[in-house]
Design a protein around this ligand. Structure first.
Ligand SMILES: [Zn+2]
Length: 351
C-alpha cells in the first residue's frame, strides 16, 4: 500500500460510542438490512469462552512457518503459499474459489489468483475479512506484517472458532475471507502497477452483483508490529470501528490483553487513547486493496496502523518484527468482533 505523500489530514475528534447515520433515499431491501444491522454483544460466559479460545495462537505460528517466505507472484514459493492457504481453508470445511486471471505488469504478463473462502457459499449477505498474500519483489523481503501476519490471524480465527462458526453454514448472513493476490507493485506504485487482484475482483463482482452481498469489508494490512494505532478512516463505518474499540476496552478492563496499555491505564489514570483503536476519525487516502471496492460503494473498515510499522518495505519486516503479544490481542479483538457482528456466541448456544 501507499502512504499519502502530503499529510492533508482532517482530524475529527469523535467521542466513543458515536454512530454514523445512514439516510439513503433509494436503496434495496438488502442494503436496508445491511445498514440497519447491529451487533449482538456476547454475554459474560461467551466473552470468557471466546477470550480463552482466541488466546490460543498456535495456528498463527503454524501458518507463519509455512507462508513467511518470499512469495512474489509467479514464483514457486507463491504457488506453494497459495496452495497452502486453499487447502487450509478447505480442511476447515469452507468453500474455496480461486479467481484466476492474467494481467500485464511492468515486468511480464503474469497469472494472478485471488482466494475466496466462504463458510456458506449460498448466503445472502457476507461479513468480509480480507488481506493480501503476495509479497513485494525485493531482495530478502518476506513481508511479515505485509501481510503474512494478517493472513495468519484470519486463519487462526477460522481455526479456533471452528465450532462457533458452524452455525454460519446455513445462515443468511455468513463469513467470507478474501486473500488478495498482487497487492504489491512490481516496480513503482501507480494505478496500473498495484492491487492487481483487488482491481480485477471488484470489477468482476460488480458485473455479477456479488458486491451487493458484502455488508462490510474489513481489510487487514501491516499488522504484527508492537503497539499499532488505528483510526476510523471512513464515516460510513465509524460505528463498526467503535465496536472494535469497545471490544478492546472490554478485554482490557478484564485484564485479558497482553502487554497492552489498556490494562495499566485502567489502573493508573483512566487514560484514554492508550490502546490500539484511537478515539479519532481521520480522513486520509491510503492506497490499498480496498480502493476498487470503496469506489463501488462497498463499506470499508481498514485495519491498518498509522503510522505504518517502522520495518515497512524493508528486509527487517521478518519474524523478528512480530510482537506476538500484539498478535494475540488483535486475534481476540477481531475474533470477538466477528462473533458480535454475526450474532454468534458460545458453541453450545442455539439462535
Ligand atoms: Zn507492502
Amino acid at each position: 500500500m501507499e502512504f499519502p505523500g502530503i499529510w492533508t489530514i482532517c482530524i475529527i475528534i469523535c467521542a466513543f460510542g458515536c454512530r454514523s447515520v445512514s439516510n439513503f433515499q433509494h436503496v434495496s431491501s438488502l442494503r436496508v438490512a445491511q445498514q440497519n444491522h447491529r451487533p449482538k454483544v456476547v454475554d459474560q460466559q461467551q466473552f470468557w469462552e471466546l477470550n480463552n479460545k482466541l488466546g490460543d495462537i498456535e495456528a498463527v505460528h503454524n501458518v507463519l512457518s509455512k507462508i513467511l517466505v518470499e512469495r512474489v507472484v509467479g514464483t514457486p514459493n507463491h504457488a506453494m503459499v497459495r496452495e497452502y492457504i486453499v487447502n487450509y481453508m478447505k480442511n476447515l470445511g469452507w468453500t474455496v474459489d480461486e479467481h484466476e486471471f492474467f494481467d500485464d505488469t511492468p515486468l511480464d504478463r503474469l497469472k494472478f489468483t485471488n482466494i475466496i473462502a466462504k463458510v456458506n457459499p449460498n448466503a445472502k449477505r457476507y461479513l468480509t475479512l480480507a488481506c493480501h498474500y503476495d509479497s513485494k519483489l525485493m531482495e530478502n523481503f518476506v513481508g511479515a506484517t505485509d501481510s503474512a501476519v494478517p493472513c495468519a490471524i484470519m486463519m487462526n480465527i477460522a481455526t479456533t472458532l471452528k465450532e462457533q462458526f458452524k452455525s454460519l453454514h446455513d445462515s443468511e448472513i455468513s463469513l467470507q475471507y478474501i486473500f488478495f493476490d498482487g497487492e504489491e507493485a512490481f516496480v513503482e506504485w501507480n494505478a496500473k502497477d498495484s492491487i492487481y487482484g483487488a482491481r480485477q475482483l471488484a470489477k468482476k463482482w460488480q458485473a455479477e452483483h456479488e458486491l451487493d452481498k458484502i455488508d462490510l469489508m474489513i481489510l487487514l494490512d501491516l499488522l504484527g508490529a508492537p503497539k499499532p494505532t488505528f483510526y476510523s478512516y471512513f464515516p460510513e463505518t465509524e460505528g463498526w470501528y467503535y465496536q472494535m474499540a469497545d471490544i478492546e476496552s472490554r478485554l482490557g478492563a478484564a485484564g485479558q490483553l497482553v502487554e497492552h496499555a489498556h490494562n495499566s491505564a485502567t489502573i493508573q489514570h483512566q487514560k484514554r487513547n492508550q490502546g490500539y483503536f484511537q478515539p479519532y476519525s481521520i480522513r486520509m487516502q491510503i492506497e490499498d486493496d480496498h480502493i476498487p471496492f470503496l469506489r463501488r460503494d462497498v463499506r470499508i473498515l481498514h485495519l491498518i496502523p498509522t503510522p505504518f510499522p517502522e520495518v515497512w518495505h524493508t528486509p527487517s519486516d521478518d519474524l523478528r518484527a512480530i510482537d506476538f503479544a500484539a498478535v494475540t490481542n488483535l486475534n481476540k479483538i477481531i475474533g470477538i468482533f466477528l462473533c458480535e457482528y454475526l450474532h454468534i456466541g458460545s458453541a453450545s448456544t442455539d439462535h
